[in-house]
Design a protein around this ligand. Structure first.
Ligand code: G3I
Length: 367
C-alpha cells in the first residue's frame, strides 16, 4: 500500500519554460561560459527565491539551451532548475515500439548537470505529441498496458535520481473538466491507465515527486477543482500521486481569490501544488498599460504560490517573448512571458521578484 507522503518540497522552483517554436532558436552569439554583457544586469529570480528558501529555474528547448550562449547565460544567471519543454515527450523519445532515442534529452541533462541545474520531467503520458506509429485501432488492452509500462519504466529509470518531479499524466480531464478525457489510453486500457501510469513511474523511481497536470480555460477554477478531486481519489485508492499541476495559461484574466482557495483545498488534502505552465497572453499590439496589468496578474499568481507552503513549483511557460509558444498557437497574441524578445526583463519579471521577496520578508518578520 503506498503511504502517501505529505512531505512538501521546501524549495520552490520557479521554472520558466523556454520554448523554441520551430526554428526560432537564436544562433549562438558568444562562445564559452562567461555570460555576454547583455544579460545579467537585473536582479536574478534565483536570489529572491533563494532568500525565501526557494530556488528558480528554466525549462529549456534543446536548440536554445545547447546552441544559444546568450539564452544559456540568462538561464544560469536567473535560474537553478531546468525542465525540458518538448524533449521528453513520446514523439521525441519513443521512436518505434520499444525503441528509444534519448540523444537530445541526454545532451540537455548533461548540460543541466554541468550548470548545477535540477530537472523537472514533462511528460510521461499525454494525448498529444504521440509518435505516428502509435495506432490505437490495432492496440489491444494488454498490448497498450505493456507499451505504457515499457515507456514509463524506460524513461523514468533512465533518469532515476536525476529528474526530481514528473508530470506523469498531462491533461487527463476533458476540455470542460466534466469528466475524464477520451484518449488513446482510455480507449485501449480504460480509466485504469491513470493508476497504472503512476505505479509504473513510482516503481521506476520511488524518490520522484509525481503529478497530475492540467489546464483550466476559465477563471472559475472548476476544472482545477475536478483535478484535485481526481488526485485525491487516486491517492485514497493507494495510487502514488504526490501533487497536482495547474498549468495556468492566463488570457488576460485572473481570479486570485479562486486560485488561492484551490491551492488551500489541495494543501488541506495533503497534495503538493505546482503552477506548471503559467503565462499570460495579451494582444500583440499591447502597450505599457497592458504590460503593467499583466505584471499585476503574474505577480499575484507568484505571491499566491509563494505564500503557500504546499505550492512547490511555479512554472512560466516561455523564457522570452521570442521563445514563447503563444504567437504560434494564438496568432495576434504574445508578450506572454517575463522577458521580452531582447532578453530584457519586463514589468512582469519585477512583479514576480517582488512577490517572492515580499513573501520572504513576511516570513522573516513572522518567524
Ligand atoms: O520538432 C519539430 C521539428 O522537427 C519541425 O521542423 C518543427 C516544424 O514543424 O516542428 C517541431 O515540433 C514542434 C514542437 O513543438 C517542438 O518545437 C511541433 O510542431 C509543435 O506542435 C510543438 O509545440 C509544442 C506543443 O506543446 C505541442 O502541443 C510547444 O512547443 C509546447 O510549448 C506546448 O506545450 C504544451 C505542454 O507540453 C502541455 N500543456 C500545454 C502546452 C501548450 O500547448
Amino acid at each position: 500500500m503506498f503511504a502517501a507522503s505529505t512531505t512538501v518540497v521546501t524549495r520552490l522552483a520557479l521554472v520558466v519554460a523556454a520554448v523554441v517554436a520551430g526554428g526560432l532558436a537564436v544562433a549562438s552569439t558568444v562562445g564559452g561560459d562567461s555570460p555576454p554583457p547583455d544579460v545579467g544586469g537585473h536582479e536574478p529570480l534565483r536570489a529572491t527565491a533563494g532568500a525565501d528558501q526557494r530556488f528558480v529555474g528554466v525549462a529549456v528547448g534543446h536548440d536554445a539551451f545547447l546552441g544559444d550562449e546568450r539564452f544559456r547565460s540568462l538561464v544560469v544567471h536567473d535560474f537553478d532548475t531546468v525542465t525540458f519543454e518538448n524533449e521528453l515527450k513520446w514523439s521525441e523519445v519513443h521512436v518505434a515500439p520499444g525503441e528509444f532515442d534519448f540523444a537530445r534529452a541526454d545532451a540537455m541533462l548533461a548540460r543541466a548537470e554541468r550548470d548545477d541545474l535540477a530537472v523537472r520531467g514533462h511528460t510521461l503520458v499525454w494525448h498529444e505529441q504521440l509518435p505516428s506509429w502509435l495506432d490505437d485501432a490495432r492496440l489491444g488492452r494488454e498490448q497498450a498496458i505493456e507499451l505504457l509500462r515499457v515507456h514509463i519504466s524506460t524513461v523514468v529509470s533512465r533518469y532515476a535520481g536525476r529528474v526530481a518531479h514528473w508530470d506523469v499524466v498531462n491533461e487527463p480531464l476533458s476540455h470542460d473538466g466534466s469528466g475524464l478525457r477520451e484518449t488513446v489510453w482510455s480507449r485501449t486500457i480504460g480509466d485504469e491507465y491513470l493508476s497504472l501510469a503512476f505505479e509504473f513511474a513510482h516503481e521506476a523511481d520511488p524518490t520522484a515527486r509525481l503529478f497530475l497536470n492540467d489546464y483550466d480555460g476559465s477563471v472559475e477554477g472548476e476544472k482545477y477543482d475536478s483535478l484535485i478531486d481526481l488526485a485525491d481519489r487516486l491517492r485514497r485508492d493507494g495510487v502514488p500521486v504526490h501533487g497536482v499541476g495547474f498549468q495556468l495559461h492566463l488570457d488576460g484574466r485572473l481570479d486570485a481569490t479562486t486560485l488561492a482557495g484551490l491551492v488551500q483545498r489541495a494543501s488541506d488534502l495533503g497534495l503538493e501544488v505546482a503552477f506548471t505552465e503559467v503565462d499570460d497572453r495579451i494582444p500583440a499590439d499591447a502597450g505599457p498599460a497592458e504590460l503593467a496589468r499583466q505584471a499585476r496578474r503574474l505577480g499575484k499568481v507568484a505571491s499566491i504560490c509563494a505564500a503557500a507552503p504546499a505550492c512547490s513549483t511555479f512554472v512560466v511557460w516561455g523564457l522570452t517573448d521570442g521563445h514563447s509558444w503563444v504567437p504560434t498557437a494564438f496568432p495576434g497574441y504574445g508578450h506572454a512571458t517575463l522577458f521580452d524578445a531582447d532578453f530584457a526583463p519586463k514589468p512582469a519579471h519585477s512583479a514576480v521578484v517582488s512577490a517572492f521577496t515580499d513573501a520572504a520578508d513576511t516570513q522573516v518578520e513572522g518567524g
